[in-house]
Design a protein around this ligand. Structure first.
Ligand code: NAD
Length: 482
């Protein structure tokens, strides 16, 4: 079932190769591609970071990371040594001169060169400049940049211009790992590969859409960073926005980077400003042995939101009158991400109201158990007369793909292979990122100006009561978080 599409051989340099993201996601992901047989012979991964160490030291560090982050049963029959042999290391100073000549010498001709900027955005400019000045990057080279991509329109624009001094837009891969998820891509296959859905995919048939990204964790060790950001900047502007775009966009003429990204951009530009009444911001309270948001942020007067719910209108021909409800937060009841397309009631019930009525809901789950279900109304089996029940048509991918289904590549590994292939379809373009900030900025400015406090909510709940009211006002209900 799982086919491995070969990629060209490459030199992948990971700036910040000793950091948390590199050890937790990037290198374990590359190891899984190695296991799957997708790492070409001769491919090299070069860690580049501040610490002084040699290649052996780096291999030992990454061995430990993989042993920690890839479960043992997933490592059987997988020659970790073989993978580690493809690693190299260079100590480098992003803002100085140390290490750059050495890196330049290490680069090979005739292989794909990719540079992963797994460092804070403050270093992007320095890295881009040095890659260019030392002749390390060539016209075919690619750079991968992580979130956060700015904290508002101004800073994102500045970052874009900085990178543009040395790299063409076709060389810049802004990563949003939500777009690398199997289900997200399957969403496009389901929408555009079947005749069933697209004719119904509009305000005539869809009552509303819900996008939920719920986390159980608090802000933990990221408190000082998170407190300057909040749920809107950290989650909505990027991840939820990208999901909204894929649901709402017009069919691109081809599954090609700019066709897809042009359509996504049009969606972002069609978003109305959200009315203050349609925004609910929350902060988790203390409970039992866990501290409150303010404790975790170490800021007793913090007004940053750890939860946000929004009612968003996409003002275009397809969606006028069908709201998109977005919700995301920390310390909620369960870790669950879902997109739900809630269709309208059938126009008339021939069975009478007592038979029961159910709406069709297409649920696209990103985690846990990636997959889709479509709620369909059928007759309750048995002799009880015509009573209607709702049953899910289940498209859980692990089942659909058979025993190999569980080895579906994770988002990071898939996206890194796309970088090597030179396919930007699942990466955000600079103008998309800026348009998303242009939409969020005025909302953030407005609540920062009026100084309103977020509503408090209980840890382990579904968020503040006010978020329920946002839905109830329109006679709707949030989907359960489970
Ligand atoms: P980290 O602090 O754990 O690691 C930073 C890395 O950068 C280290 O390898 C360090 O040696 C290197 N570095 C710092 N200054 C340097 C310099 N002057 N010269 C050379 N190397 C230098 O950070 P992280 O958590 O791995 O995050 C890296 C980037 O990825 C950040 O932009 C972060 O916002 C983003 N990100 C991280 C995560 C995550 O889960 N950790 C998730 C999404 C995005």
């Amino acid at each position: 079932v799982s086919r491995v599409i070969p990629v060209d051989t490459f030199d992948l340099v990971i700036f910040g190769g000793t950091g948390d993201l590199a050890r937790r996601k990037i290198l374990p992901g590359l190891y899984r591609r190695f296991q799957a047989g997708q790492m070409p012979e001769g491919a090299r991964i070069i860690g580049a970071a501040r610490s002084e160490m040699d290649a052996e030291g780096y291999r030992a560090m990454i061995r430990e990371a993989i042993e920690e982050f890839v479960p043992e049963e997933k490592r059987v029959n997988a020659p970790l040594d073989g993978f580690l042999a493809q690693l190299d290391y260079v100590a480098i100073d992003a803002t100085g001169t140390g290490g750059w000549d050495r890196l330049a010498e290490m680069m090979r001709a005739d292989v794909v060169r990719a540079f992963y900027f797994s460092v804070g955005p403050a270093l992007f400019g320095a890295l881009a400049e040095r890659l260019h000045d030392h002749g390390i990057a060539n016209e075919q080279s690619r750079i991968v940049v992580e979130k956060p991509f700015g904290r508002d329109l101004e800073s994102a624009g500045k970052l874009n211009r900085t990178l543009a001094q040395h790299f063409d837009e076709t060389q810049i891969y802004r990563i949003d790992h939500y777009l690398g998820k199997e289900t997200v891509q399957n969403l496009m296959a389901v929408r555009f590969g079947n005749v069933l859905f697209e004719p119904l995919w509009n305000s005539q048939y869809v009552d509303h859409i819900q996008i939920t990204v719920a986390e159980t964790v608090g802000i933990g060790g990221r408190g000082s960073y998170y407190d300057k950001s909040g749920a809107m900047r950290d989650m909505v502007q990027n991840h939820l926005m990208q999901l909204l775009c894929l649901i709402a966009m017009e069919p691109p003429s081809r599954f090609e980077p700019d066709s897809v990204r042009d359509e996504k951009l049009k969606v972002i530009r069609a978003l109305d400003p959200v009315r203050p009444d349609d925004i609910v911001r929350g902060q988790y309270a203390a409970s039992g042995d866990t501290g409150s948001y303010r404790d975790d942020a170490d800021n007793p007067d913090s007004r940053t939101e750890s939860f946000i719910a929004l009612k968003v209108n996409v003002s275009n021909w397809r969606w006028a009158g069908t709201p998109f409800y977005l919700r995301t937060g920390k310390r909620l009841k369960a870790r669950a991400s879902e997109i739900a397309v809630v269709f309208k009631d059938a126009p008339h019930s021939i069975f009478g109201e007592e038979a029961g009525r159910h709406r069709n809901i297409l649920s696209i789950r990103l985690q846990p158990n990636e997959g889709m279900t479509l709620g369909v109304t059928i007759k309750e089996p048995g002799p009880g007369g015509m009573r209607l029940i709702d049953v899910p048509l289940d498209m859980t991918f692990a089942d659909a793909l058979g025993p190999e289904g569980e080895d579906v590549p994770d988002a990071y590994e898939r996206l890194i292979m796309d970088v090597i292939r030179g396919n930007q379809t699942l990466f955000m373009r600079g103008d998309e990122v800026e348009a998303a900030w242009a939409w969020t900025d005025p909302m953030i400015e407005a609540w920062e100006e009026d100084g309103r406090r977020p509503c408090s909510y209980e840890p382990g709940s579904t968020g503040p009561e006010e978020a329920q009211i946002l839905m109830h006002r329109a006679g709707r209900r949030w989907r359960e978080i489970k």
